[in-house]
Design a protein around this ligand. Structure first.
Ligand code: AHR
Length: 503
């Protein structure tokens, strides 16, 4: 199979917002408790956070993290998580029918995020609560001193305000499962008024309004239109969520869901443009894809479990063993975000530890990287700068999720200093190698300085990194690609992901 492609230094899509490589972590399952936080773990620091997990998190160079939910946030009282830990109430988490000890609250999490070098993006409860509680939370976090909430924070040992700039106006408010679910106009009005209150705290504050929970919702994309008509001028982003499954074990159809996601992004961009025009608005609204990942391996069993269990504390939930196919999918989806970086400015892998996550951690035991850790890491480390257009001319296939899909999934990024080019490429074919001829325009005598490959060595698509075998899927040094006569040429083996860096 042969594919010709062309990239040119001047043929740009957009500047990539670093926050395209953000993450999400929720109080659910073992994400927080026995995930990032486990006092008594051999690697725990004085605050109870695990160093083994923190090291893996640091390796991802994550710019921002959405917290504390998710469905959890829609019935959460943030005040339960402040003050002396011994005095905090234990509550029932209505979203996941679990027990919440509140031993981690905003101040503990902020300390962890600072250690990890990650900016916080906080979600407000617009399910059971509203404007009053939202403004109190922002005041607690962001006001310097001299008021009830800011002085309360100081009395909790946090002298300096956090200066949180990104505030999510609720979570998945279109979903009937959401505690405090609302219709679009009702939610849009509440989001607008809450955004106004939140923005009173400072010029740098950005708000993210809830779009649809996914593109299969019956109210999609009317939801976006109605919500934006209520709040367009007071929000910077609209959120998109989408999770992906492959129950039929059809790799090509699975990968075609990346094209389907491109259409989802394009449709929401159209709705944004429509509302902007209708309102004669001056401001732009961008997309914040703040929940995305593969989620299907244990989904049905998990769903039964949490509906039936008796309010356990930090139970295993959504702990997926990701495989090679999932790694190729995640690499491809990140490529789609790069290709749509003109409209998608923030994206958060959901989630970060244990719960549908690139990082897993045993209670009291070891931590390891799942297969999806690596493409996410490569994108975060080398996918910053300017996205370049890549014109592709090669074999295509039809699938149920999308038609006319390229076997080659490719994205190219020019580094911020213009000195290097990174190409992320996936040969989606399960059984055929691909001869790639990528013509390079404007890159002079650039040479291939790094080539890492995942898969492509006959490893089966469903071989996974597990607790017993945490290293089955790892990147290795690539071969078979090189620069000659102004082109990057060579062979991409069947079912393989590639990081190719040129300078
Ligand atoms: O990430 C798991 C859940 O998926 C989140 O709580 C919710 O927002 C989404 O439905």
């Amino acid at each position: 199979m042969k594919t010709r492609a062309t990239v040119h230094r001047d043929f740009t899509i957009a500047g990539i917002d670093d926050r395209l490589y953000s993450a999400f972590i929720e109080h659910m399952g073992r994400a927080i408790y026995s995930g990032i936080y486990e006092p008594g773990h051999p690697t725990a620091n004085a605050q109870g956070f695990r160093k083994d997990v923190l090291d893996l998190v640091r390796g991802l160079s994550i710019p921002a993290i959405r917290y504390p939910g998710g469905n959890f946030v829609s019935a959460y009282k943030w005040e339960d998580g402040i003050g002396p830990q011994k005095d905090r109430p234990v509550r029932l988490d209505l979203a996941w029918r679990s027990r919440e000890s509140n031993q981690v609250g905003i101040n503990e999490f902020a300390g962890w995020a600072k250690d990890a070098g990650i900016e916080m993006m906080l979600a407000l409860n617009l399910g059971t609560r509203g404007i009053e509680d939202a403004r109190n939370f922002v005041e607690y976090c962001n006001h310097p001193s001299g008021t009830y909430w800011s002085d309360l924070r100081r009395s909790h040992g946090v002298e300096q305000p956090y200066g949180v700039n990104m505030w999510c106006l609720g979570n998945e408010m279109d979903g009937p499962w959401q505690i405090g679910h609302k219709d679009a106009v009702e939610y849009g009005r509440l989001a607008n008024e809450t955004a106004k209150a939140v923005k009173a705290f400072g010029a740098g504050i950005e708000t993210i309004v809830c779009g649809s929970s996914n593109d299969q919702m019956p109210t999609y994309p009317e939801w976006e239109r109605q919500v934006l008509e209520e709040c367009y001028e007071n929000v910077e982003y609209i959120s998109l969520h989408k999770y992906f499954g492959n129950n039929s074990h059809n790799s090509l159809n699975f990968f075609a869901k990346i094209e389907e996601t491109g259409r989802y992004i394009q449709s929401i961009a159209g709705v944004i443009d429509y509302v902007k025009a209708k309102k004669r608005a001056k401001n732009d609204v961008y997309i914040c894809f703040d929940e995305w990942n593969v989620w299907y391996h244990n989904r049905e069993q998990d769903s039964r479990n949490w509906r039936e269990w008796d309010w356990p504390e930090a139970p295993p939930l959504l702990e997926e063993d990701y495989n090679l196919e999932d790694a190729l999918f995640v690499g491809g989806l990140l490529n789609e975000f790069i290709r749509r970086s003109d409209r998608v400015k923030i994206a958060c892998i959901a989630q970060l530890v244990n719960v549908i996550a690139p990082i897993r951690a045993e209670r009291g035991g070891k931590a390891w990287a799942t297969s999806i850790y690596y493409p996410y890491q490569f994108a975060s480390l080398y996918g910053r700068g300017t996205a370049l257009n890549v014109a592709v001319d090669g074999p295509r296939y039809d699938a149920e999720a999308a038609q006319d899909v390229n076997y080659l999934d490719i994205a190219a990024v020019l580094a911020p200093d213009g000195a290097s080019l990174t190409v992320f490429a996936v040969n989606r074919s399960p059984d055929e190698a691909m001869e790639l001829d990528l013509a390079l325009g404007g890159f002079g005598n650039a040479r291939l300085i790094e080539h890492q490959v995942i898969g492509g060595d006959g490893t089966g698509p469903r071989v996974a990194n597990t607790a017993q075998e945490p290293d089955r899927i790892r990147p290795r040094k690539g071969t078979g690609m090189g620069v000659a006569d102004g082109g990057l040429r060579g062979e991409l083996p069947a079912f393989s992901y590639h990081l190719l860096r040129l300078a």
